[in-house]
Design a protein around this ligand. Structure first.
Ligand code: HEC
Ligand code: HEC
Ligand code: HEC
Ligand code: HEC
Length: 438
């Protein structure tokens, strides 16, 4: 055999091995986004300025149909949210909820969220009572626009009246919700839900715009006692933790002089209770990714269309269902199996939720009994009611967060620890005060 050829092959082999080693150790690609060649990120997106369409909808918003001519890929991807159409019935999955939510709408019906395409159908069909138009806050851009045009009086208008108008001429969550009429301005994001600016004021700028665009709705909120206006119970990221939010609700003075906000008073226990709502942004912002990533990084794929332009898919997916998004985790998590990592956290959190939810339900029964049989003095009863209110709040803050621990497992577990502590304290009070049997 030709010696030169062998030498040549050997040399090639050495070069290939050396290159492979360099690549594997990350020396060539560096630790930046190019390390994983095929993972496009938000930084690769093509941002273009175009004139906005001039055919406005009935209320002056530009709807998705009008944008479709300019951004067909984005519009099509947003419409693909209709494929996320499954609802898990939480009440049959976790029957203890029916007991702890007794007296409130969520004990009648509580299904999981599904895609943005269904917001108007779902709010209309729910068995939960919704007398006022404020229930439309997070369902349609046309309600946000109505508030901008007519002010806070809109929140307490009749639900059906506003719903019918929007159903006939408006849209489900759409371009206007997150971009106003400015999508053509390089995809500029706008806060269109007034209460976000009202609650956060100057602190709006401390939150990444792509995170806050989701945080217009994926948050804990309440209806103000006077105007029934949708409102966030904090004014800064620092005040978004569940302890601070509880303190805010506890110290609120209501129009009739009562101290302490409640979503409902539970008749059987006499407790004034809070219902937490999907605090995704609050939970996320206190977790390990807050400084480096935004919601879009994990829930919107970055894709390239035929002409080479790179865009954010507006189909909001679980990162676990997207190879493209999972391949961006590598940058920080290396070759960790992310699906396993997430499921391990979720299994742990869900198991604790079931355990503590059932204990909360037992506490509710014991308190209801004490409340009805008159075995306790009013002072002890009130102390137990307060602990039950707090336990329910911390339990709920974890239970209703849709990532089931994946956004922030230490916060999820802190909430469950606090709930468990309050339940133990309340049970001890009830037991100490209970008449000795026999
Ligand atoms: C739920 C919120 C939301 C809705 C609804 C929405 N967008 Fe976006 N949009 C975003 C976010 C978040 C980004 C990423 C912004 C960033 O990273 O700066 C984005 C980015 C964009 C961009 C910049 C290019 C890109 O792909 O990143 C354009 C253009 C755009 N959107 C147009 C639209 C149009 C047109 C519609 C309606 C068909 C729409 N958006 C609906 C949130 C939304
Ligand atoms: C205008 C309010 C609003 C905004 C803004 C918004 N969402 Fe939603 N989102 C909802 C509502 C309401 C639902 C539940 C819809 C239903 O079940 O009918 C939902 C559902 C979802 C779901 C499906 C949940 C499931 O369990 O299947 C995901 C994922 C999601 N949103 C992510 C996002 C992300 C990411 C952003 C920001 C880019 C965002 N949303 C912005 C209101 C909003
Ligand atoms: C580091 C990645 C990451 C970021 C950033 C992130 N999430 Fe998630 N999110 C997840 C994971 C992982 C899950 C669990 C997915 C699953 O169970 O399939 C999840 C679940 C969800 C869900 C439940 C729906 C679903 O598909 O399971 C919603 C809603 C959601 N996130 C909203 C948000 C919002 C709003 C933000 C920004 C405030 C955000 N996420 C930021 C990783 C992320
Ligand atoms: C910018 C770096 C960075 C990127 C990109 C990143 N992560 Fe992380 N992630 C971290 C750090 C730091 C931690 C905290 C240490 C740990 O648990 O590994 C973390 C923790 C987590 C946790 C545990 C959270 C908790 O509270 O227990 C999950 C789940 C997670 N990441 C999911 C993802 C997923 C899914 C992706 C890709 C879609 C992703 N991460 C991308 C830096 C990152």
């Amino acid at each position: 055999m030709d010696k030169k050829k062998i030498l040549y092959k050997l040399l090639c082999g050495v070069v290939i091995v050396a290159l492979a080693v360099l690549l594997l150790t990350g020396l060539l690609g560096g630790n930046d986004k190019h390390y994983h060649k095929d993972a496009l990120t938000g930084e690769d997106v093509t941002r273009i300025k175009v004139d906005a369409p001039t055919n406005l909808a009935y209320d002056g918003t530009i709807n998705a149909e009008a944008w479709n001519e300019i951004f067909p890929h984005i519009t099509a991807s947003m419409n693909a949210n209709a494929t996320n159409d499954e609802i898990v019935d939480y009440l049959s999955q976790d029957p203890y909820l029916i007991n702890i939510y007794e007296g409130f709408g969520f004990a009648k019906e509580y299904g999981s969220a599904r895609g943005h395409a269904y917001t108007l159908d779902d709010v209309h069909q729910t068995a939960r009572p919704h007398p006022l138009a404020n229930c439309l806050t997070c369902k349609t851009p046309n309600f946000a626009k109505l508030v901008q045009d007519q002010g806070v009086g809109v929140y307490s208008m009749d639900f059906e009246e506003v719903y019918e108008q929007i159903k006939a001429s408006g849209e489900v969550i759409s371009c206007y919700t997150c971009h106003g009429n400015s999508a053509g301005n390089e995809g500029e994001l706008r806060v269109t839900h007034n209460y976000v600016n009202e609650a956060l004021g100057g602190n709006v700028a401390t939150i990444d715009a792509a995170t806050l665009s989701c945080g217009q709705c994926h948050i804990e909120y309440y209806f103000t006692p006077t105007d029934k206006e949708t409102m966030m119970p904090y004014d800064s990221v620092e005040a978004m933790d569940p302890e601070a939010i509880l303190a805010f609700y506890d110290s609120m003075v209501l129009p009739d002089g009562t101290v302490g906000f409640a979503d409902w008073t539970q008749e059987s226990t006499g407790a004034r209770l809070l219902k937490a709502q999907h605090p995704e942004m609050e939970t996320y912002l206190q977790g390990p990714h807050a400084a480096d990533l935004n919601c879009a990084d994990c829930h919107m794929e970055v894709k390239m269309n035929e002409d080479g332009t790179v865009y954010h898919s507006h189909e909001l997916v679980s990162p676990l269902q997207s190879e493209a998004i999972l391949s961006t985790c590598v940058r920080c998590h290396g070759d960790t199996n992310m699906v396993e990592k997430v499921h391990r956290i979720q299994d742990q959190v869900t198991a604790r939720e079931t355990e503590i939810g059932n204990k909360l339900s037992d506490l509710k029964d014991a308190l209801a009994e004490a409340n009805q049989n008159g075995s306790l003095d009013e002072e002890t009863l009130n102390a137990v009611r307060k602990l039950y209110r707090e336990a329910q709040w911390f339990f709920d803050f974890c239970y209703v967060e849709n990532a089931e621990g994946a956004h922030n497992s230490s916060l999820a577990n802190r909430c469950l620890d606090l709930a468990a502590e309050k339940i133990t304290e309340a049970t001890a009070l009830l037991t100490a005060a209970a008449p000795v049997e026999g």
